[in-house]
Design a protein around this ligand. Sequence first.
Ligand code: SF4
Length: 126
Amino acid sequence: MTKITQKIKEAIGTADNISKFKKFSKLKASYVEYDRFSDSNLHEGYFCYNCIYWINTSGGKCMLVEDEGPDVLGNVSDVIAPHGCCAGYEANFNKLHDTRSLSDVDAGASLDTEKNKEKITTADVK
Ligand code: SF4
């Protein structure tokens, strides 16, 4: 578990701590947006859209990282974009699609997309 992920998990531990929790800057979280991915299928790959900390209802926010300030490339968007990502990424398997081919799984096995949602590591998705 990364240090940044550990910190948010500790913060979520008690309601009292949530009000005291200070988010990481984009720079500290190694956050970056790649414009060329903005039209991508966000169900595949490592994007904020697929992260458990991403909040869409308020227009692109994150529970962990500030939406204001420059990213590691010096770009300022003032949102946490769906096509962004940072070092604190934690996969939300309810949003990700399994992109493994049959050759990647055990011989004789068939792909069960519902079962694949039970994956516990990001190594299982591309
Ligand atoms: S990947 Fe995106 S949503 Fe997830 S912690 Fe980083 S900035 Fe937040």
